[in-house]
Each structure stands twice: as C-alpha cells, then as structure tokens.
Write a protein that binds this ligand. Structure first.
Ligand SMILES: Cc1cc2nc3c(=O)[nH]c(=O)nc-3n(C[C@H](O)[C@H](O)[C@H](O)COP(=O)(O)OP(=O)(O)OC[C@H]3O[C@@H](n4cnc5c(N)ncnc54)[C@H](O)[C@@H]3O)c2cc1C
Length: 403
C-alpha cells in the first residue's frame, strides 16, 4: 500500500496499529509492519500510533491515463425500479463520450430483479451493462455494493464514473474514490470533457458565489456525483446495440456488515423534484396569511408549495420543500416565485425550469433576471386575484386549467 508510510526510525514495533486495525490489514513481519490490500485508508492506525510513526502520503504517482477509457454509470435501484437520475447521467455521459470517442457503460448491483432492470438501460444507447445480482445485495448496503462496483471498475478501467447524488450515491461515491486513491467532485451542475480526457467538473462553491471548475488531472477514474433533475434525460436510440454482461458474485463479495433488521415502505409521494408546477413562498410572503395565499395558488394549479431557505428556517416549511443549494434542485414546467429576491443560492437550483414567473414589489429584484414573466406587484394583492381567476376558468372549462 503506497499511501501509508511507516517511519522505521520512529516505529518501536509495539504492534498497537496491528491490534487496532478493524480490517486486519496490518501484519507484523520480521522486517517491520506490512500493509495488505484490505487497507481502507480509515486512518485509525495513524491516530493510534503512540510514536507518530505512520503517515498518509497523498502523493500521486505517474499515471498512464490512456489505460483508462469510457464512462461508467452507477445505476441505483429504488423500490424495485431504476432511479430516474440514471437516465440523466447516461444523457450527459453520451454527450461527452461522443467528443472523446468513448463508450457509455453501466454497472447495476442488487438482489432479485436486477437483471430485468438492466434490460431497461439498453434502449438509451448504453454499450455494456455489468450486472451483479445476488440475494446478499437485497436492500441498499453501501459496503458490499462498493465492493461490487470496485470490482467492475478494476476490471473495466473507466476514465470517469458518474453517480447520482442521492442519499445512497453520496454514501458510496467517497468510499469508491478512497479505494482508488482518486478525486471525487460532488454535486456537479455542468460536466464537459477536454481533448486529453480530463473532465471539466463545474459546481457552485463558496456558498454559490463562484462556479468552480474542478479537474482530476493526475489520477483515474474521475468520480463525479450529480443531483437528480440537473441534467437532461437521455433520449432513446433507434437501434440499441448494447449488451448485458453477467458478473460473477462470490458470497464474500455480497457479505455485508450491515444487517437490515426491518424495513417499511413509506407511501411514495410525488417529490418536489418530480413536480411539474411549483409555487414558491419567499420572505416577502412574510406570515401565515402570505403562505396560505401561495398554497391556494399552488392548489388551484394542481402543484406543490415550496419555500426559500429563510422561510424554512422560520418554520413555514420542511427541508424537503426548500429549493436551493442547501435544498432541492427543480426543473418544473412552471414555477411561480412570490416574494423571492433571487439570490444565486436559490436561482441556480431552479433556473432550468421551463416557465418562470416572478412576483416582487422591487423592480430591481435579481429574480427578474431569471424570470420569463415579471410581475412588479404586491403578492398580497396579485396572488389571490390570480387564484380567483384560475378557479373561475377551471369552473368554466371542464378540461381544467390549460397551461
Ligand atoms: C451556503 C448558503 C446556502 C444557501 N442555501 C439556500 C437555499 O438552499 N435556498 C435558499 O432559498 N436560500 C439559500 N441561501 C440563502 C440565500 O442567499 C438568500 O438569503 C435567500 O434565498 C433569500 O430568500 P428570500 O428571497 O425568500 O428572502 P429575501 O432575500 O429577503 O427576499 C424577499 C423578497 O421579497 C420581496 N417582497 C417583500 N414584500 C413583498 C410583497 N408584499 N410582495 C412581493 N414581493 C415582496 C422583496 O422585494 C425581496 O426581494 C443560502 C445561503 C448560503 C450562504
């Protein structure tokens, strides 16, 4: 293990590191401590050594990038189906693959039904879908899933691995990046590829005040996570020519230290990300009355009410309904913002919406730079009028409100 260095002059061969290593990766040999491939870089030995004789050395070695080719998409399964972020990752990877002359492959891990789900990926222009199916993979278990995806990466040597920034993806991606001693850029909003195959990974940084361009230039694979609803969904291809590759899974690979004692399916509600019509109550909505007016507008449109961060902090809504950098990213057909100033931390997570209508009393409000329709008015006046108008139209029109 090149990244863990022992200082022979300081080491007293006390054996504490061997004893404390939870992965049994250290052994005492005649010529000192040896580190095996089981090392997970957890750092416990570094912290426990009384002589401070162990160090991480994060120096990248000379690396032959040409040995690493193509894109690999990690396919997450959610309640027996493929998570929709997968199709967005495939869409983005296909655009970059065309520039680099790469292929787009997928890896899917899970229990019964995984093979069947793998078939659904072929119409989207994927080349190979590597399937790891085993009863031990039943339920999402980050430790053994990491082993399976790492096995696929070691065998196929992809240049880049794209993972959805879901709760599970956020748990697995750093485990994989550590395993391969390479870089991971979380929550990318734009991806591109240079002629030398380095990905340009763009994401907001410093509270959204800058858009940082991040490159993983000295190692492979390049790991990136992308939130759901940020990228365009892949379109189906006319003549799919991909293949399913079944990968052998040993019991050891499917063994997990995570034991699922019980699980409960929570009635799936439409998430904010999936919503087509959203009304947002910003700080201009001020109080219960303002929020009620926005809720009524959302109801008559058949959509959901969402909030800016200050409104969530003031207890008007929950974080699942907060739009922005520290909340959700949305791309509905229609979004109506009421009393929202248009800070970058908010707009960067909704500016992909099809139609943006903004209501604000301040004609110079930032939100008007993002909006398609700008209403300079008091929301307490205009929102109830709009709701009334839509209600009346709905009553008159048996087909309901047409957008
Ligand atoms: C690291 C970081 C992460 C962040 N994450 C998020 C995030 O996820 N989501 C988020 O929303 N913010 C986030 N923020 C906060 C963000 O910078 C803004 O402070 C916030 O978006 C402002 O919310 P607002 O527009 O509701 O309030 P304000 O900025 O106070 O704007 C209120 C607006 O309402 C208008 N107004 C007032 N009265 C009326 C009326 N009667 N009718 C019509 N208009 C009226 C005003 O003209 C004003 O433009 C984050 C900030 C940081 C630093």
């Amino acid at each position: 293990m090149d990244f863990l260095k022992f200082n022979a002059q300081k080491c007293s061969l006390c054996g504490i590191c061997v004893e404390k290593c939870p992965f049994g990766a250290l052994t005492m040999e005649d010529d000192g401590i040896k580190v095996s491939e089981n090392c997970r870089m957890c750092g416990i030995c570094v912290r426990q050594c009384p002589e401070e004789a162990i160090k991480f050395e994060q120096r990248a070695k000379e690396f032959d990038k040409s040995q690493w080719k193509d894109f690999l998409i990690y396919v997450e399964q959610e309640q027996g189906d493929i998570h929709p972020v997968t199709y967005e990752l495939i869409g983005e990877a296909r655009k970059m693959a065309e520039k680099a002359g790469y292929k787009v492959n997928c890896v899917i891990v899970g229990g019964e039904g995984t093979r069947k789900n793998a078939q659904k990926l072929l119409p989207y222009g994927t080349d190979k879908v590597y399937v790891y199916e085993h009863p031990g993979f039943e339920g999402l278990k980050a430790d053994c899933y990491t082993d399976a995806v790492a096995d696929c990466i070691a065998a196929t040597k992809p240049s880049s691995v794209l993972i959805g920034a879901t709760a599970f993806g956020r748990s697995m991606a750093p485990r994989l990046a550590t395993r391969f001693h390479t870089g991971l850029t979380a929550d990318c909003t734009t991806l591109d590829i240079k002629p030398n195959t380095d990905m340009v990974q763009i994401r907001p940084a410093f509270g959204g005040n800058i858009m940082a361009q991040i490159g993983i230039t000295k190692s492979r694979p390049q790991f990136a996570t992308v939130r759901y609803r940020v990228m365009d969904r892949a379109k189906k291809v006319e003549h799919p020519a991909g293949k399913i590759i079944e990968c052998p899974v040993s019991d050891a690979m499917a063994y997990s230290k995570i034991k699922i004692l019980s699980s409960e399916v929570i009635q799936k509600q439409k998430s904010l990300e999936e919503e087509e019509i959203i009304v947002v109550a910003g700080r201009g909505a001020r109080n219960e009355n303002g929020v009620r007016l926005c809720q009524e507008l959302a109801d008559v449109l058949g959509g959901q009410l969402a909030f800016t961060r200050p409104m969530v902090e003031d207890g008007f809504g929950d974080t699942a309904h907060q739009i922005g950098l520290s909340g959700r990213t949305v791309r509905p057909k229609l979004i109506i913002t009421c009393g929202v100033s248009g800070a970058i931390q908010f707009t960067s997570c909704m500016n992909g919406s099809e139609y943006i209508v903004a209501v604000n009393t301040d004609p110079d409000a930032q939100i008007f730079k993002t909006a398609n329709y700008c209403l300079v008015d008091d929301l307490f006046q205009i929102v109830p009028k709009l709701t009334e108008m839509l209600k009346k139209r709905k009553e008159d029109d048996e087909d309901g409100v047409s957008l």
